[in-house]
Design a protein around this ligand. Structure first.
Ligand SMILES: [Zn+2]
Length: 629
């Protein structure tokens, strides 16, 4: 028998009331130095509990630990004039590839993230050992420079001659070192990073604004963000000044003015620059940088994303806003783009506590991240094809090392990220992933148990040293209807509207249990400029029709060794998906659940029967996401 809910318990919807506290904080965001009203909990405070998300993290761990450090270091050593007998890696890490070394940077980040996420000392030691070896390479260069390719690429960049993307690659290495310092406490990583930053400063300083503007036309990753984070980590303002030289005014100006001029732009070149703007707003309080990032986030998430939350086709935005019908291809939704949109969304959420930002993050988590790692060998996807009849074209673990291989090695190392946020008092629960949260200063441990999305129920158990007054804010997603909650077995008489937070503000006691039920329904996500072209979703989950694996031999399923400067290409043609005939307004008119198989649906009344499953669970098979209905 559960005790009655005490009178101190206050339950409210976080949106739609004039007294709602977080609106007040949003208003303050423009008038105070500190822009961040919320902060994510550090990865080290979050542990994943058994389930498919933890399984995916472990697949990535095996993948990371399976890579040979000497092979990852080979081109660094050779370029620095040090001996190396390791056999070189292939793809974009091959000795003649101008991006070589980029993956090693991602690898440092992935090791540091995974060590923080799990407390795994073996993976931390792997990252630390790599940092030590890279420091030796830097010492051999003698100028602070550190790269797997020679400085000559930067000479070409300065002269306006062809060079793929030197600062892009340097950014990955610097970010890996910064993560090693901030997450693993590796002081040598900071020293090496400072050497690289000084080298960068020396390279940039002689350039006038026009010359620097030309340099910024070449993809440079998130140099502006990285240098701002270095400034924040060291308290040295020179890095903020250097960061501003990497702010790309040509990109920022229209966004600050609220104009979407993104058509024709390379997507993954652009987003990291905007993340740099977001970080600049947070550290400097510059409202213009806020407007750049805020407008960008809104126009991309509201007018340029597919049902999955992903964006880009052939790596670019090729159309005006809200025109996506012609964008569906085998080369949609580059995975780096999803990685970076998640990162930007995390910033936007900390400014606004807007549940819609958390909804967007969730959509990308299930439909843009979880399904892009092959469960067998941990290889990562480059594109998530959204044209019907394609399949997920994975690479081979030692022969590709695409940009997305690196970004996803990081993503799958930090799957506990952005589940929980906090301000001074409140805890926000944003994602429904089995995990524990420790808020040490408060003596609070929160355990989330759920089989979501297979189950609609989320159970949160509070562990406390002593009773604690705390508002617990649980996201009520925009996709749910008629949700409910109970506290210690007693149903709460009010609930929050979809797209807001359920706030339970009370004096918590050890052992308190909250259960939330978030019913999921089938619904359409239509292409904005062709309402007859629709995807089907169940809650936040994109469903894909299984079109079989005819003709998909191993050679067709895997991209094979990718040559320098090439992206994977399909070795067979897509097949057409059948049109759906229905008179109903809802997908439930032609889809019925498969008994005993959660999240699976069977078509009804169609010429060719098909099964639909979550896109994230389909591997080595053709599929269709968008249907002509
Ligand atoms: Zn990529």
């Amino acid at each position: 028998m559960s005790p009655p809910i005490d009178r101190r318990t206050f339950v409210a919807a976080a949106i739609g009331t004039a007294t709602s506290p977080w609106w007040t904080r949003v208003a303050q965001a423009h008038s105070h130095d500190t822009a961040m009203r919320l902060q994510p909990f550090p990865l080290a405070d979050i542990r994943l509990l058994p389930g498919p998300v933890l399984d995916a993290l472990q697949v990535n761990r095996r993948y990371l630990m399976g890579l040979d450090p000497d092979r990852l270091l080979h081109s660094f050593r050779i370029t620095a004039g040090l001996p190396s007998s390791a056999s070189p890696l292939g793809g974009w890490e091959a000795p003649d590839n101008e991006l070589r070394g980029h993956f090693t940077g991602h690898y440092l980040s992935a090791c540091a993230l995974l060590a923080a996420q799990t407390g795994d000392t073996e993976i931390r030691a792997r990252g630390d050992a790599m940092v030590t070896e890279l420091a030796k390479c830097q010492a051999a260069f003698g100028t602070g420079y550190l790269s797997a390719f020679p400085e000559e690429l930067f000479d070409r960049l300065r002269a306006g001659k062809p060079a793929w993307a030197p600062f892009y690659t340097i950014h990955k290495i610097m970010a890996g070192l910064l993560d090693s310092y901030t997450l693993s406490g590796n002081e040598s990583a900071l020293a090496t990073l400072l050497g690289m930053a000084k080298w960068t400063s020396n390279w940039v300083r002689p350039l006038g604004d026009d010359a620097m503007a030309r340099v910024l036309e070449r993809e440079y990753g998130g140099m502006n963000e990285l240098l701002r984070n270095l400034g924040a980590a060291t308290g040295d303002a020179q890095w903020q000044d250097l960061a501003r030289r990497f702010d790309h005014e040509r990109i920022f100006a229209p966004l600050a003015a609220g104009r979407d001029e993104l058509q024709g732009m390379h997507v993954n070149t652009t987003i990291p620059k905007i993340i740099g703007a977001a970080r600049g707003y947070e550290l400097d309080g510059d409202p213009r940088l806020h407007d750049v990032a805020d407008y960008f986030w809104h126009t991309v998430t509201e007018r340029r994303t597919f049902c999955t939350g992903g964006t880009s086709s052939g790596e670019s935005w090729n159309t005006p806003p809200s025109q996506l019908a012609k964008e569906l291809s085998g080369y949609t939704q580059e995975c780096c783009v999803t990685y970076n949109m998640q990162k930007l969304t995390r910033h936007v959420f900390t400014w606004t506590a807007d549940a819609r930002a958390a909804d967007y993050y969730e959509r990308t988590f299930y439909n843009g991240i979880l399904g892009v790692q092959h469960p067998q060998d941990g290889d990562k996807l480059y594109y998530v094809p959204l044209q019907s009849g394609f399949w997920k074209l994975f690479g081979t673990p030692l022969h590709d090392f695409w940009c997305c291989t690196g970004s996803m090695a990081e993503s799958f190392a930090k799957l506990g990220d952005s589940i929980y946020f906090r301000d001074e008092r409140d805890v926000y629960v944003n994602l429904f992933v089995p995990s524990t949260l420790s808020w040490r200063e408060k003596g609070l441990q929160l355990t989330m148990e759920t089989r979501f999305p297979e189950s609609e129920t989320i159970r949160l158990t509070v562990r406390l040293d002593r009773p604690l007054d705390l508002p617990l804010r649980i996201r009520v997603p925009g996709w749910t209807r008629e949700g409910s909650a109970s506290l210690n077995g007693r149903r709460l008489d009010s609930f929050a509207s979809p797209g807001s937070y359920l706030v339970i503000d009370r004096r918590w006691r050890d052992g308190d249990v909250v259960e939330v039920t978030l019913p999921m329904h089938l619904h359409y996500a239509a292409i904005p400029d062709d309402p007859s072209l629709r995807a089907v979703m169940f809650g936040p989950i994109v469903l894909a029709g299984r079109l079989g694996n005819a003709g998909l031999t191993r050679d067709v399923l895997r991209a094979g060794p990718t040559k320098p400067r090439t992206v994977p290409e399909y070795a067979a043609e897509p097949v057409a998906a059948p049109a759906i005939v229905t008179s109903g307004l809802e997908p439930s008119g032609w889809l019925k659940p498969v008994p005993g198989r959660p999240l699976e649906f069977q078509t009804v009344g169609q010429a060719r029967p098909l099964t639909l499953s979550p896109l994230s669970r389909i591997f080595d098979e053709r599929y269709a996401v968008y249907w002509k209905v």
